[in-house]
Design a protein around this ligand. Sequence first.
Ligand code: FE2
Length: 164
Amino acid sequence: MFLETLAAAGKVMGEPPSQDTARALQTALVYFRQAAPKHTADEEESLFPRLRGREEAELRSALSTLDRLEKDHETVSPLHAEVERVAEMYLECGSLSASDRQAFRTAVARLQEIYREHIRVEDSTVFPLAARLLSDSDKSAIAQEMAARRKVPLLAIDDAKPSE
Ligand SMILES: [Fe+2]
């Protein structure tokens, strides 16, 4: 959703931003600045080390997939920096050179391409394996670490259900 916001902004950067465009762009920038590093830490510090510690054959063969996902986290970092640099300049100056507009659109298109495949691999391979093979205590440790990263209290599943 936030990548689409960036892609939409990339189409109007020849003109000064409307209030809606400026607000949407700022929200997307904040999202990537704050949420993307947490996602990376969730996987690289909490999930992947626990998966790498397991002995199941199924997981041994998925290890290269984890390496690839980590590589993606590295690859997107300079692309996010480029998006941020150009977007901040646009918000400040209200216009951009054709080459900066092109750089922005190229970086966003590359991010869309990388994330599409990254999310597909997470959803189709890594998360189902983790759900099936990690112990309950590993899962709850991961949940606690993720909650701590976001500074939110960890609710028990039953607490999270709406009351009737
Ligand atoms: Fe990831």
